[in-house]
Design a protein around this ligand. Structure first.
Ligand code: UD1
Length: 428
């Protein structure tokens, strides 16, 4: 298993290109199940999770072809053509689903198109129990009959789904996406209240509209969908990754560097921009992205709480904690979305951070500097927070279990080393 070795202390300078958002790409790929015509997706990131979704879709009879790429030698901005002609297999097997929870996104579209879907229950994961009960209850409201047996969700709607008013008791990104896709082919009107407003949900809704769906209220917490008989093919470019953007912005800030993030969009990351600015990071718009620098003095501590969009994203919590670990003063970071999402804390503390966790909050008392150590990655965002800590730490940081990083960050070492970081992948 590969490890990542970082010799910290080098300010990053240069340009990093931001890829398409993983969390938009996954539901968009699942949307191909809604039609027998080709869905062409461009600006897809080159990541393990994308390959897992492609494999799952192939298993479900979708023809997946690489339609060239938009530059970057197969890395940047890949283009996939997805054609769901053969819908005879409606089982998403445990083997693929257990690798990635987002596999459950095939449930809604497959059920709506074929009247049947059998999807393995995703099971637990490192950052909490993460059930899918809200997806299932909402599909039942659209008339599906759902049984759980032998570890599988067995969903049926032989006579098709019927529009209904679904009020989500709590905001769920995946639940909103599954229902949005299912409702496009349900008969009549579906209203989704307390829907997730994440930009990735809006990106999916826009693509569905390009495929012939009728959706009102995109980007708001109430979406109204008028079901149609069938959808058709479309071409769609995946929205830029706001979490990758925020992560590299912190890389610039934590090293006292100056990075231009090409393709980054401030309008997708307002809460993160606000926190970074209050911590003393300079952020400005450029013609094609954002410039992030920290050249004037020390970082200042700032408080934040993770919330559904447009609040501060839980997927940026671990990274901001690494930054606050070296800021002047104390910061309070509260996690409201997932239980057990502080697994990076003991690892950051091994590098010299002063962090105390009390329930869902962490008190971070800034220290003058971190020191390199051998640490363990536990999940995707926790791993990258250790990379960020390693970039500023004195000495060598060795990160184990880096396969987590490959699920969500495209060519991380290449992008960072091109800007002056001393980082490399080493075999164990
Ligand atoms: C998505 C993102 C993930 C991000 C999360 C929150 C993808 C592929 N993943 O995950 O990176 O961290 O949004 O922004 O887009 N819940 C239930 N029952 C359900 C569904 C969810 O209790 O049926 C709970 C979850 O356990 C969690 C909260 O609701 O505590 C939010 O989860 P949700 O928004 O559904 O996250 P995902 O879609 O899994």
């Amino acid at each position: 298993m590969d490890r990542i070795l970082i010799r910290g202390g080098k300010p990053l300078r240069g340009t990093i290109t931001i890829g398409g958002a993983k969390n938009a790409a996954l539901p968009l790929m699942a949307a191909s199940l809604l039609t027998d015509e080709a869905l062409t997706l461009s600006n897809l990131p080159h990541l393990a999770d994308i390959s897992t979704m492609a494999k799952l879709l192939q298993e479900l009879g979708v023809e997946v072809s690489m339609d060239g790429d938009a530059g970057g030698g197969g890395h940047i901005g890949r283009v996939f053509r997805l054609t769901a002609n053969d819908t005879s297999n409606t089982t998403a097997p445990y083997d693929l689903v257990r690798k990635m929870r987002a596999s459950v996104l095939v449930l809604g579209p497959m059920l709506a198109r074929t009247g049947h879907a059998r999807v393995s229950l995703p099971g637990g994961c490192a950052i909490g129990t993460r059930p899918v009960d809200l997806h299932l209850k909402a599909l039942e409201q659209l008339g599906a009959t759902i049984k759980l047996n032998e570890g599988y969700i067995d969903a049926r709607a032989e006579n098709g789904l019927k529009g209904a008013h679904v009020v989500f008791p709590m905001v769920t990104v995946g639940g909103t996406e599954n229902l949005l896709m299912a409702a496009t082919l349900a008969s009549g009107e579906t209203v989704l209240s307390n829907a997730a407003r994440e930009p990735e949900v809006a990106d999916l809704a826009k693509c569905l509209v390009a495929m012939g769906a009728i959706i009102d209220g995109i980007g708001s917490d109430t979406m109204t969908i008028q079901g149609v008989e069938s959808l058709h093919g479309a071409t769609h470019a995946v929205v830029p990754d706001r979490i990758e953007t925020g992560t590299y912005a912190i890389a610039a800030a934590i090293t006292g560097g100056d990075l231009t993030l090409v393709g980054a969009r401030a309008d997708l990351s307002e809460s993160v921009v606000r926190v970074l600015t209050s911590a003393g990071v300079e952020i400005s718009k450029t013609g094609n992205g954002l410039r992030v620098a920290r050249t004037n003095g020390p970082l200042k501590g700032a408080d934040m709480m993770t919330e559904p969009y447009p609040g501060f994203p839980t997927d940026m919590q671990a990274q901001i904690m690494a930054l606050m670990a070296v800021a002047k003063g104390a910061s309070m970071i509260t996690e409201t979305i997932f239980e057990n999402r502080f697994m990076h804390v003991p690892e950051l503390c091994r590098m010299g951070a002063d962090i105390n966790v009390h329930g869902a909050s962490a008190i971070v008392r800034g220290v003058d500097g971190l020191s390199g150590a051998e640490v363990m990655a536990t999940d995707l965002r926790a791993s990258v927070s250790l990379v960020l800590a390693g970039l500023t730490a004195k000495g060598e940081t060795l990160i184990n279990r880096v396969y987590h990083l490959d699920r969500g960050y495209e060519r991380l070492e290449d992008k960072l080393s091109a800007c002056g970081a001393d980082i490399k992948r080493v075999p164990e």
